[in-house]
Design a protein around this ligand. Structure first.
Ligand code: SF4
Ligand code: SF4
Length: 418
């Protein structure tokens, strides 16, 4: 499309905004700052100038760059103003983005599962050591050190099956021997390619293994292509489109012939779905696959569970009912909805590394609202949200633990009788 054609198209879309402000209470950055330029409406007003001018105002570029890209505003807007407009502004603002809170060589390796796997014990030990040396409030006491801010958000699953069972036994009052779910004797639910994802594979490998066990118990035949790679989202969002395209080509080859791909992290799923040069097979979120599956019997748990929807699931893929349906399929589970359920937790992938303090504030806000439901447990289905909210819960000194939703399902399966 010509430059003029593109400009006309953008102006047409911009005119759709009637400045009603209905999107504001759904925008995490506006809720945290109360600043109009940090709202969808404010950003749209800045966008025209930013796209027109050769040297736009740095403050306008900064306001656009601080948009998390959560898409909550798109869903809330009655006039149908598309998020793609703000995305265009973000691309223009990328040059004004601050340096991420991590050194370049570390940042560039975050989409390598091997690097993350090596980082996991170091990060866990680092978190434990800081808690030991600086006390429970180490996150706040060392708040000025950006690397510490990031360390506090590294997602940490329950780890071994025994740790998960011990944690949930304590919450539910269950006890006694248990057995991991067995693959269905006659797997008839069809084949599934398993997309491992860097963060899940590197940081939450036990959760991934348990999910595969659950899928096999539900009758799926799982294959995990060894030559698959990162979905490319991090490279695309940190100004490395060439690497992102190479990764997508690798995944296209790795999953050639796969009917469906099951994806654990919502961010990876959205990335795989939205790029034409990615895998040809349909990428489906694990929560959606499980919600439509014939699950093994589940135990009665008697838990009040608050659910946090990752933005890339809720706004990016329209996944809202499935996690709730799954939770309600566990007898005795009561599903609780926090206020501002549609608002981003502040993880935002690479965004959280550029704006660690704003990200932290959003994580704390989300943690407070989730804890205010009175839940025994919080569940989510994205590693970034898991780490961000766990950090917020620790900073706010509030109790309910947070777990991957699929870990809770796995536990309900192993505690079922017979
Ligand atoms: S809800 Fe839509 S029309 Fe209203 S201010 Fe926000 S973007 Fe504009
Ligand atoms: S995408 Fe999210 S952070 Fe950005 S303007 Fe919309 S609601 Fe706010």
């Amino acid at each position: 499309m010509s430059e003029t054609g593109l400009r006309n198209e953008l102006e047409d879309l911009l005119r759709r905004c009637v400045e009603c402000g209905l999107c504001l209470p759904h925008c995490a950055t506006w809720l945290a700052t109360g600043n109009e330029v940090q709202s969808p409406r404010g950003r749209l007003l800045l966008l025209g100038d930013v796209l027109d001018q050769a040297s736009p105002d740095p403050a306008a570029l900064s306001a656009l760059d601080q948009c998390i890209g959560c898409r909550a505003c798109e869903e809330a807007c009655p006039s149908g103003v598309p998020f793609s407009l703000l995305e265009r502004g973000q691309q223009r603002a990328a040059a004004a983005a601050p340096e991420p809170a991590l050194p370049g060589p570390v940042l560039r390796r975050l989409d390598r599962p091997g690097f993350l796997a090596a980082l996991r014990p170091l990060a866990n030990t680092g978190q434990d050591m800081l808690a030991h040396l600086a006390g429970r409030t180490w996150r706040d006491r060392l708040a000025r050190i950006a690397a510490v801010q990031v360390l506090g958000t590294v997602p940490r699953g329950p780890g071994s099956d025994q740790s998960l069972v011990a944690l949930l036994d304590r919450l539910t009052g269950n006890s006694g021997p248990w057995q991991a779910p067995r693959p269905a004797p006659e797997p008839d639910a069809g084949p599934l390619g398993f997309f491992a994802g860097c963060a899940n594979r590197g940081l939450l490998p036990d959760t991934s293994r348990r999910l595969r066990g659950l899928l096999e118990a539900a009758g799926f035949q799982i294959t995990v292509p060894g030559n698959q790679d990162c979905c490319g989202a991090l490279a695309a969002h940190t100004g490395r489109p060439g690497r992102a395209a190479r990764l997508r080509r690798r995944n296209r080859r790795a999953f050639a012939g796969a009917g469906r791909i099951v994806v654990e992290a919502a961010g990876c799923g959205l990335e795989l779905q939205s790029r034409a040069d990615g895998p040809e097979a349909e990428a489906v979120d694990a929560v959606v696959v499980l919600a439509g599956a014939d699950l093994p019997p589940l135990a009665t748990l008697g838990l009040a569970v608050a659910v946090h929807d990752p933005c890339h699931a809720r706004h990016g893929q329209g996944i809202v009912d499935e996690p709730r349906d799954l939770l309600r399929s566990i007898p005795g589970v009561r599903v609780l909805e926090p206020d501002e359920a549609e608002v981003c937790c502040g993880a935002g992938g690479a965004w959280g590394l550029r704006y660690p303090h704003l990200s932290e504030e959003l994580g704390r806000r989300k943690a407070r609202l989730l804890a205010a439901t009175g839940a025994d447990l919080i569940v989510t289905s994205n590693p970034g949200c898991l780490g961000r909210i766990a950090d917020g819960l620790a900073r706010e000194s509030v109790e309910p633990p947070i777990l991957p939703l699929t870990d809770l399902l796995w536990y309900a399966a192993i505690r079922a009788k017979g």
